[in-house]
Design a protein around this ligand. Structure first.
Ligand SMILES: *[C@@H]1O[C@H](CO)[C@@H](O)[C@H](O)[C@H]1NC(C)=O
Length: 261
């Protein structure tokens, strides 16, 4: 282990960045009517089948290409690219501080997600699935100030990020809501993820100082794993808030009777 890495790990265990998000839940208000007939893009599954979990897996996977394009008549925005208006970074402490945030996040790649596992248990009110996304490309604007892993970071401009082999597990507690037909509603979500590799480039760091900006970008890329692990708990919480809103919007238009026989 390099000196740089071991120093970082000590700091990582000693300090945690605290993040807060613009809103803790991103509920989507959508007055479009529910589906009254099962469209071709929703596979139906039978409750009692021994292969029901594999059926759910195929059902979720089969929905992605359509969700990617969006379904305007149901008030469902495209997932590809996925647009997130803002993610705020509120504060940190000690030698690890970061304030500001990201705006206008444009995320390409979710439509290539495969669902490697799914499970739905209506008795226990649990729904979970695992996703694999080969490549995510995120473009956004950023405005950040603080210290990241000992180095100062100040800037505002564009940020481009690519992530490879993103594996995510999503666990949810659900309830059944009448909207007016019965639908699945996610009450709580826990998201975990692992990233195979990351590249990041922040432009216009340090007021456009090319030397400082390029050395910080190099540092971030060389220490991508540490940066991700440092941010992981907060990103997982942020993703759970965003996904809860997105999926509840989708589920609210899909009466259970149409797809669970
Ligand atoms: C999805 O995967 C295909 C095949 O690998 C690739 O050509 C395409 O660019 C990917 N789409 C996105 C949005 O990443």
């Amino acid at each position: 282990m390099s000196l740089k890495k071991s120093t970082i790990l000590c700091i990582v265990t000693a300090q945690m960045i605290a993040f807060t998000y613009a809103s803790s839940r991103r509920d989507i208000i959508n007055n479009a009517p529910q589906l009254t007939e099962k469209p071709d893009w929703i596979l139906s599954c039978t409750k009692e089948s021994p292969n029901k979990d594999d059926c759910f897996r195929r059902m979720f996977e089969g929905m992605f290409p359509n969700l990617a394009k969006g379904i305007p008549e149901l008030g469902i925005d495209h997932f590809e690219p996925l647009i997130i208006d803002s993610v705020q970074v509120a504060k940190g402490s000690g030698s690890l501080t970061l304030a500001g945030g990201f705006k206008n996040l444009n995320i390409k790649g979710p439509s290539n997600a495969t669902v490697s596992r799914a499970s739905l248990d209506l008795e226990k009110k649990l729904l979970s699935f695992d996703l694999v996304i080969p490549r995510l490309r995120i473009d956004a604007t950023y405005n950040l100030k603080g210290n990241i892993l000992l180095l100062p970071l100040v800037g505002s401009g564009n940020v481009a990020m690519t992530m490879k082999d993103v594996k995510s597990s999503v666990y949810t507690k659900i309830s059944i809501k009448k909207k007016p037909e019965d639908v699945i509603h996610i009450e709580e979500m826990k998201v975990t993820f692992l990233v195979g590799g990351m590249r990041i480039h922040l432009s216009n760091l340090f007021n456009g100082n090319k030397v400082l900006g390029s050395s910080l970008n190099t540092f971030l890329n060389q220490n991508a794993n540490e940066v991700i692990s440092e941010l992981r708990p907060d990103l997982e919480k942020g993703l759970a808030d965003i996904f809860t809103g997105l999926w509840n919007n989708v589920f609210s238009k899909m009466p259970i009777d149409l797809w669970l026989l």
